[in-house]
Design a protein around this ligand. Structure first.
Ligand code: ZN
Length: 142
């Protein structure tokens, strides 16, 4: 599958059926991301277990890209250590903004690779990066 087709398929799938969507009522930390260009407003909730992310959810309103990015993020970071989750967020921000080219082991990105299709649409990059920025903010409070 071409990246463009994968991009469309994954974004539509996660927009239609977002994973870990809802308010995490016993969260230890939360952070809100707002993208004025598009109107995306998404909150990331984290529950910690020692130095790990025990649970993560997101809520709010956003376009298909911001919701798909948040949904994919929750699947990718649940159970990770804070250090690893921070590394992943920084890597995703560099990849999405085009500052870093695809890594050799791009299979490790899983479905998250589909998000990189956003690089063809510079106006939408902020939609895709928003949940990852919010995640970093939510972890700062830990
Ligand atoms: Zn958006």
């Amino acid at each position: 599958m071409q990246l463009d087709e994968l991009y469309q398929a994954v974004i539509l799938d996660h927009n239609h059926n977002p994973q870990n969507f809802g308010v995490l009522t016993d969260a230890d930390s939360a952070a809100e991301g707002y993208n004025a260009n598009c109107g995306d407003n998404i909150t990331i909730y984290l529950k910690f277990d020692g130095d790990r992310i025990a649970d993560v959810q997101f809520s709010g309103d956003g376009c298909a890209i911001s919701k798909a990015s948040a949904s994919l993020m929750t699947l990718a970071i649940k159970g990770l250590t804070l250090i690893r989750a921070r590394q992943m967020a920084e890597e995703m921000l560099e990849l999405l903004s085009g500052k870093q080219s695809l890594p050799e082991n791009s299979e490790a990105l899983g479905d998250r690779i589909a998000l990189l299709g956003v690089r063809h649409f510079p106006m939408r990059i902020k939609c895709a990066t928003l949940p990852w920025h919010a995640l970093l903010q939510a972890m700062v409070k830990k």
